[in-house]
Design a protein around this ligand. Sequence first.
Ligand code: 13P
Length: 238
Amino acid sequence: MLIVGNQKTYLSKEAVLEFVSKIKDYRNNNVVICPSYLYIDLFCSNTDLIVGSQNVSEKEISSMTGEITARQLSSMGIKYCIVGHSERREYLKENSDVFANKIKNLIDNNIIPIFCVGEKQTEKGNNLTKDVVGKQILEVLSNFASCDIKNIVIAYEPVWAIGTGLVPTNEEIIDVVNYIKDLISDKFGINLLVLYGGSVNKKNISLLNQISSIDGYLIGGASTKVDEFLYIVSECSK
Ligand code: 13P
C-alpha cells in the first residue's frame, strides 16, 4: 500500500509546524507527504517521512524565474511528485503535453511521478469515465518507453469526488481501476500501481479497503490532520 498525503495549499506555517512536531518521529516506507513547496524543507529537515512534491516545473532549465525544477526537488531528497492533478488541469489549463514534459524531467531525476486522472461529473453522467481516463493515460504514457513507464504511479481521482465528501461505490472504483490496469498492461506490458483519491477519510477508509485492486490512496483534506491521517494509514495496514 502507498498512502500519499496531498496537503495542497491548506496549511499556514503555524499549522505546518504543529503537524511536523506531532509527526516528527513517525517513519513508514508506505507513507508520503506532499506539502506545499514552501514547507518541503521543514518536512525534510524535521521528520523521517518520505516527502513528495505537489508540482514541478515543465522546463528543466536553470533560469526559470519562480519555478522549481525536478533537479532541485531531487537535491532536496524528494522521492515522489504529483502530476496531472485535476486542479492544475482545470485552473491552470495544463494539458497532456505539459504532463509528459514534467514526467520526463521527474524520471530523469529519479523522482516517481504520481500521475492523476479522473472524469468530471458530467462525463460520468454521460457514461464517459473510461473514455476520459483512457485518453488521459494514453496521451501521456505514449510518450515513454516501457522502461520509463514502469516508474510511474497512477492515481484515479474522479473530479467530482475531490473535496466534496462524495465517493464512488466500491463497484465503480473496482471497474475503473481494473480498466486502468488492463489498459496499461495491454498497451505497454506493465503492471502499475493505481491509487484512489477523492474524499478519502477516517469514516470511509474501512469500506474502501475492501477493494483489493487498489494499491493505495491519494488523500487531500484528511492528510492535513495528523490523527486522521495516521488513523487512515493504520487502517490500511490491517
Ligand atoms: P480530498 O481528499 O480532499 O477530496 O482531495 C483529494 C485530492 O485531490 C488528492 O490529490
